[in-house]
Design a binder for this molecule. Sequence first.
Ligand code: ADP
Length: 354
Amino acid sequence: MVLFTQMLNNSPDLSDAIYRSKNIFANSLDSDIFWSGRNFVIPFFVIIDILIVFWRLIRRYRQMQLRHIINELHYIANGNYDYRIPFELRGDLSKVVDSINGLVDSTVAAIEDERAIEKSKDELITNVSHDIRTPLTSIIGYLGLIEDRQYQNTDEILKYTSIAYKKAKQMKSLVEDLFEYSKVRQPSVPVINVSFDMVQLLEQLAADFELEAKKKDIQILVDTTESQLVMDGDTEKLVRVFNNLITNGLKYGTHADKIIIKIEKAKNEAVITVQNNGQPIPREALDQLFDRFYRVDESRSQEISGTGLGLAITQNIVNLHGGYIYAQSNEDWTSFIIHLPLHKNQAKALSDNR
Ligand code: ADP
């Protein structure tokens, strides 16, 4: 104000001009135009004031909500992963809350998946160590007897070496199955798709097993009305699937005299059933057959060699082809039924229709 007064005193022109405009302003206050304007100006500023106050209140409220959300986020980040932000908001903040809750959901799911994988790896190591230790203990035991010359004659040496040899082969097949299992479990496992005739492939396989089956008085038959069934797939892996199922039929089909391989074409899929007669699989065991290392008690007690990985590998290979497998068993037949898409692009449709 002091500076302004000094400036006016030093500059008469400027103070003159200001004085004149003050008069013009005073005159205009008396005019009708201004009075009619005044009726409008005062409410206008009152409304603007209210709007500003309202806008500031809303901003304050938003800031409070945001602070609240941040507090909730801290609470979740401190390890309370079961907690979700409970309040419902409107507008953009509601999207933020939904996104946070969604993000927490997917993070929790990922953590649980990771834990399940970790747990299943631990179980795998426990099972493998156990299954390797048992035959290994036997091998060391029998070879130890020979080493310490605790035998009467050559026949006894041969008996011990034969047991050790059998156990070593058991270990080899476990390691091979494990290798195969870990290979088909890898997410990036390559599936080499080629076009092939499933009827021809299965007839060839049945012929390969004929001699082995004859030794057990079992007949292998291929039952189909199709002269050929051309489809896409990784033949090497699919051969492994059917090898497993036929071998199982021969190994576990107690009192069986038939293994039938049925081939049917249904819409866009091939339905292949490998079934054997003989003693059925108990109902309660059916659901676990495809779990790794699972063996029906009877197979264990009968000392039929096996690792319990065959059907787990089989299921993985079928899934890799976009198909699925399940087992059924009754007094007449024990059947393993496989649905496979005929062509690669139908794989997704098949899994969607499941
Ligand atoms: P493995 O033959 O190495 O034990 P699998 O995963 O192939 O492992 O089979 C799991 C179990 O399922 C077998 O131990 C056996 O008890 C049972 N099983 C499989 N196929 C048959 C079958 N055709 N008939 C009866 N039992 C079967």
